[in-house]
Write a protein that binds this ligand. Structure first.
Ligand code: SF4
Length: 370
């Protein structure tokens, strides 16, 4: 695996800007040519939050769940993953050893995924399991490093996405009495509250505090232990923005992603994964109005696509996922060029042990959501 925090190692894998001789338009033209030339060897996956200049080249677009399912069906030797690091890791684990998964920019990470690491999770687990004799089932949102997915597999838990968190959590409560949910506290809290678990049955474990800032008595009493992580993009949406829209345009529906805070989630008319948001808007009658609480590239794309509907962002500020935005057409071109030269760059490889246990956790998710 490439060490993302080692600058010297990282630089040797980054595309070089100096060597570039193409204008922006030429870059797009070159991608088009090379994509055709390498059509039998390369498949390009594009996450919904990617910019349009990338999405236009994607063979498959989707959210984390769709793309992880698609990755497992692919047979072409090269998969270029236009998304963030944890997604490329998941794709590597779901593809064969003969296939290579490429992330166009290695610095395309996820601020939420970075809020939990294996050392912290191990420390948390030791504390929680020493605080109670009840069985705790670990559930991780797919937005995390492979080592954390492996932790979940090693401890008989499951991975979830924002599309299937409800089903996975229901499954977990059949397996044990308590839940450790990481790294996104909001998805955990919002989904558990939808399942009828009250807020006072949930506690937040903050890894930067001694024992997570909770006592053994609190752990014993709690049903759900939420990790203190969040998405910096979705945290940008606020309840007062909903109040303002309701006052100005009462007929505009508010639809948000469950990574938004509890207050926003509760006040919104509708909430669900990116796929849910897309499908809801797609199926709404002409003339419908939506204020959407999710990443701005997707909101703008929906607005362009559905000319007969009015689609705006819930926030007046640009809620952009800056790490997704790091994947530029120029880096996509570099990835294609490196494949053509038979010297692929930025190949994401997860070691066998980590893969083995992560796949157990993924299998539990697929079993529940089939
Ligand atoms: S939108 Fe949030 S959770 Fe998704 S990749 Fe960006 S920072 Fe991570």
């Amino acid at each position: 695996m490439i060490d993302l925090y080692n600058d010297t190692e990282l630089k040797s894998h980054l595309p070089s800007i100096k060597e570039d001789k193409f204008s922006d338009d030429q870059v797009l033209e070159e991608i088009r040519k090379l994509k055709n030339e390498l059509a039998n060897e390369v498949v390009i996956l594009g996450h919904h939050y990617q910019q349009d200049d990338i999405i236009q080249f994607a063979d498959i677009t989707g959210d984390s769940l769709q793309l992880s399912r698609e990755a497992s069906k692919l047979s072409k030797p090269y998969v270029i993953f236009c998304g963030v690091h944890f997604m490329a890791e998941t794709a590597d684990m779901l593809t064969t050893d003969e296939q290579s998964v490429i992330l166009p920019d290695l610095k395309a990470g996820c601020s939420m995924a970075d809020m939990a690491n294996r050392k912290e999770i191990d420390r948390c687990w030791n504390f929680l399991t020493s605080a109670t004799s009840q069985k705790i089932v670990p559930i991780t949102y797919i937005n995390c490093a492979a080592t954390l997915k492996s932790f979940v597999g090693e401890n008989n838990g499951a991975i979830c996405t924002s599309s299937n968190a409800k089903e996975v959590i229901q499954w977990a409560f059949k397996e044990g009495q308590k839940l450790l949910f990481f790294p996104d506290q909001h998805l955990g809290r919002n989904t558990c509250s939808e399942l009828g678990i009250s807020l006072d049955e949930m506690i937040v474990y903050n890894p930067s505090m001694l024992n997570g800032g909770v006592t053994k008595e609190q752990v014993e009493k709690a049903k759900v232990i939420l990790w203190y992580g969040f998405c910096s993009v979705h945290q940008g949406f606020q309840a007062k923005q909903i109040d303002q829209i309701r006052e100005e345009e009462p007929d505009r529906k508010i639809i948000v992603h469950p990574e938004c805070s509890y207050e926003v989630f509760k006040k919104a008319d509708l909430a669900g994964s990116t796929s849910y948001i897309i499908n809801t808007i797609d199926q709404a009658p002409a003339g419908s109005k939506f204020a959407v609480g999710t990443e701005i590239n997707l909101v703008n794309r929906l607005n362009k696509k559905y000319e007969d509907k009015s689609i705006t962002s819930l926030s007046p500020y640009q809620c952009l996922c800056t790490t997704m935005y790091r994947v530029r057409p120029r880096w996509l071109l570099k990835s294609l060029q490196s494949i053509k030269e038979k010297k692929p760059i930025n190949v994401i490889k997860v070691d066998k042990e980590t893969t083995k246990y992560s796949l157990l956790a993924l299998e539990n998710m697929f079993k529940v959501t089939k």
